[in-house]
Design a binder for this molecule. Structure first.
Ligand SMILES: Cc1ncc(COP(=O)(O)O)c(C=O)c1O
Length: 386
């Protein structure tokens, strides 16, 4: 018998026992009125808190067209694309419209296949890039749904990993390497600089493209606007989504090089019925402009709070000393015991704190503008639940 949250609705894992009624700032309220501090924030969606008045106002006041046919021109599409291109790493000069992260990843895979004439990929072991068949193939999807041929690169991502990768690239049949520049899905896996900075030249030597998936890391999560900025690296393709609209509406996009965009225009298919719906675009423009204007202050605050979280967690009495991986406000505490992680997360929830247990890791993705008092409140609950 499905639990109440899963009646009629198909859901994997997660926490369908929480029935969300409202969300504001750093808090989620369930249908019984219980208030939770949210250290998950929809998994990198609500990067600047829920219910931001500026975004809600745009949603309510929107007076543009209900819909624009994807074959027409629409000025706000151009404005948003220009805004994103202006923030993206050098060389990414165009943007494809998408409804969300998976579609943006699919577009990247499509562009890579068309441009190189190759069908094979390399991805990180156990990665996640979305739920469409291409994305599942480069992710941790079941073998039965794998439609692309994908070789796996195992961490650690260091000099040796570059050598292992080169062995595979030498066959000159790999269209692209796809990975998150800092992998939130692999519990904040942080590649060594030598790996990231060697990756693009190595791939290009063998005619392979590099897709850096910033769907989760984009818009400040790791303390830089995009996680690839932690390194001297310029991807060929960069899918984005999640925090672009802060959750008020949905959107996705693929930033890419000019020549790759031309390939997609000439030989590919970028038609997306609801990709960049006018309302989503309006909210995304408002949100991304605000992030751009306040970038320095916001990222400084991420740095401060990142140190605060790390310092507090280091002093907490876990059963065993955990491994802590932190970049900005992407925080993974590996408590080395899956049952313990689950138990702690459950206790935290009962006391009003939401965090995400992933195997033996307690993953925390708080709002990037979380204030000290709320952060302290959440961390006090965590400490009391150990
Ligand atoms: C790194 C990464 N790429 C792609 C996706 C897929 O995005 P969406 O769920 O918007 O399709 C996700 C979703 O969690 C993700 O974390």
């Amino acid at each position: 018998m499905p639990r109440s949250g899963k009646k009629f609705v198909v859901q994997n894992g997660g926490d369908a026992e929480i029935e969300v009624a409202r969300a504001r700032g750093n808090y989620v309220y369930d249908s019984r009125g219980k208030k939770y501090i949210d250290f998950v924030m929809g998994w990198c969606v609500g990067n600047f808190g829920w219910g931001r008045p500026a975004l809600r106002r745009r949603v309510h006041a929107f007076d543009g067209p209900d819909y624009v046919y994807p074959g027409y021109a629409y000025r706000p599409w151009r404005e948003l694309a220009q805004l994103l291109v202006g923030l993206a790493p050098d060389g990414l000069t165009r943007c494809c419209r998408a409804t969300g992260g998976s579609e943006a990843v699919e577009l990247a895979l499509q562009a890579a296949m068309l441009h190189t004439g190759r069908k094979k990929f390399v991805a990180l072991e156990d990665a996640y890039h979305g739920n469409t068949l291409g994305a599942l193939s480069v992710g941790d999807g079941d073998d039965e749904v794998r439609v692309l041929s994908v070789a796996r690169l195992e961490p650690p991502l260091d000099r040796d990993a570059l050598d292992r990768l080169e062995m595979r690239l030498k066959r000159r049949d790999v269209a692209a390497v796809i990975m998150e520049p800092i992998s939130i899905n692999l519990s904040v896996l942080i590649p060594e600089a030598e790996f990231m900075e060697g990756l693009v030249p190595l791939c290009h030597r063998y005619g392979t493209l590099v897709i850096l998936d910033e769907v989760a890391t984009g818009f400040g999560r790791t303390g830089k606007l995009f996680a690839c900025e932690h390194y001297d690296v310029q991807p060929d393709l960069m899918p984005i989504a999640k925090a672009a609209t802060g959750g008020a509406v949905g959107i996705g996009g693929l930033l890419l090089r000019e020549d790759l965009a031309e390939t997609l225009e000439e030989d590919g298919n970028v038609y997306s019925t609801y990709g960049w719906h006018p309302l989503s675009v309006d909210v995304a423009i408002t949100n991304v402009r605000w992030i751009k204007r306040n970038q320095t202050r916001l990222l400084r605050q991420v740095e401060r709070m990142s140190n605060y979280f790390a310092d507090r967690i280091r002093e907490m009495p876990f059963e065993e000393e955990p491994e802590l991986r932190v970049r900005g406000l992407a925080i993974a505490v590996d408590v080395r015991d899956e049952k313990y992680a689950e138990r702690v997360a459950k206790k935290c929830r009962a006391r009003g704190l939401l965090l995400d247990p992933q195997e033996s890791v307690l993953l925390m993705l708080p709002a990037l503008n979380v204030d000290r008092a709320t952060a302290k409140g959440g961390l006090d609950i965590l400490e009391a639940c150990l």
